[in-house]
Each structure stands twice: as C-alpha cells, then as structure tokens.
Design a protein around this ligand. Structure first.
Ligand code: URA
Length: 246
C-alpha cells in the first residue's frame, strides 16, 4: 500500500524548515517532485518512492533513523528532564526532527556508545531481558582487581539488594592501586557495573560503553559526537539477531 503524505509535512518532518518556510520555498519554485516543480504544499507524495528535491538537495527519506552517540558525561539518557541536559538536547539539529530516544540508559557520568532511534521494535529487541544482549564496558577501578574478582564475576555476584547477576566477563588490562578492566554484562540492572564492583570491595572511577551486541563504538567519534549507523550496522543489529562475539 502506498503511504502518501502532504509534501510540506514530509519536508518539515525532515527538518527543512517550518511549514511557513516550506510554503515560501515552494512558492519560489525550489521544490521538485519526480523532476516536476511542485506548486502546492498540499500535494500528496509517497516519500518512499518519490524523488523530492529542495534546492540542490535530494531528500533522503527513511522511516527509521539509527544514530550512534558517543555520550559525554553530564547528560542524562532520557528524552526530557526538568533540570538536566539530555542526550536528545545534544543531538545535532539534523536529527532533532525524528523523535529519537535512547535505547537503554547510561548513568549521567558514564560515557560511550548510546544507540538512539525511533524504531521501537528494534529497541525492544535489544533491551529484552530474554535476549541477553552483551554490553562491553571499559572501566577504571580504584583498587587492585584480581583474577579472584574475575572468577566471582564469572559465577555472578550478589548485589546490595540481594539480586544475583548473570555470569559476567571481567578481563584485567592493568592491575595496581588503580586497575583498568573490560567488563561484559548480559543484562542492564540499575548501576550494574558500579554495584558489581562494590560487591567485591572496589569502586568504579570511570566507565565507558564500548559495544552493545555487535555494534561497536566508532573510535572516530569524539565524546558528544554522533553519526548515523551504516546499512551494514543496521542489518547486523536487525537481521542476524544479536552478534554475541564482541
Ligand atoms: N553499569 C553502570 O554502573 N552504569 C552504567 O551507566 C552502565 C552500566
């Protein structure tokens, strides 16, 4: 079935301006649909199949948008907050019109990979507790992390509220008064990694998510920067189910 929508609505949804601005562009003859100058913003177009041009740009229609953010510390993983800046507030203008929301939460002081989308179905799949999507983190720990801690993580540790975690991976990169580690968890309980380290008598000083399923944080993204996922990354997340090989 064809999904037709008003031309002015499609253009404003894609961030090309307000309805008023778009009316002016159309009046000025700068908008074309399938090569023909559009005369009326009320023209019904199928944004999936029509070629819509505005000035020298061709509209790249996509129903769902998938953005990888390298979340900085100091912003909350929410769409709205009364006081604090959210990850939606810091999205570049070009993504603001898509109603993106974060897939899961990172603590305010945690940095790294945050997927943002308007595809509720994929978000649900990735967050489903039944799916056990692995999440890999780099962490800086106050205290000497040992193989004994790694064994305890492997068996699952009991948190402050009595919850026993699923087995988690703990790889030690550097030991000492401060240790560097990588942790892989299969669930996403509140402050999970911080509480797991508390359970073994240590404190997380810094946390950065590196991967979620097969999706890896792009090392070219500075903290606070975003980019859309590639078609390959989207297909990988959707198609193959979840890549457990991170
Ligand atoms: N575990 C935490 O403690 N915090 C996060 O933000 C993510 C995992």
């Amino acid at each position: 079935m064809r999904n037709t929508q008003r031309l002015d609505k499609v253009l404003s949804n894609f961030g090309y301006g307000t309805r008023k601005e778009i009316k002016d562009y159309i009046k000025a003859g700068t908008v074309k649909v399938d090569g023909i100058v559009a005369k009326d913003g009320g023209l019904h177009v199928d944004p999936e199949s029509s070629v819509i041009e505005i000035g020298c740009e061709t509209l790249k229609y996509r129903k769902y948008v998938y953005v990888m953010m390298n979340k900085p510390a100091g912003v909350v993983s929410a769409t709205f907050d009364n006081k604090l800046k959210t990850v939606v507030d810091i999205l570049p203008e070009e993504f603001k019109c898509f109603d993106l929301f974060p897939v899961g939460r990172l603590d305010i002081d945690t940095e790294g990979l945050l997927l943002m989308t308007n595809d509720g179905r994929l978000a649900h799949e990735l967050l489903s507790p039944k799916k056990h999507v692995p999440k890999r983190y780099y962490a800086l720990i106050a205290g000497n992390v040992t193989e004994d801690d790694a064994d305890r993580f492997k068996k699952g540790v009991t948190l402050d509220d009595g919850y026993r975690t699923l087995p988690a991976g703990l790889e030690i990169i550097r030991q000492g008064e401060h240790s560097e580690v990588e942790v892989v968890i299969m669930e996403g309980k509140f402050h999970q990694i911080k509480r797991m380290f508390e359970a073994v008598g240590k404190k997380v000083k810094y946390l950065r998510r590196m991967a979620m399923g097969g999706l890896k944080l792009d090392e070219n993204l500075q903290t606070g920067e975003c980019r859309e996922l590639t078609a390959e990354e989207i297909n990988m997340l959707k198609g193959q189910g979840i890549d457990e090989s991170i």
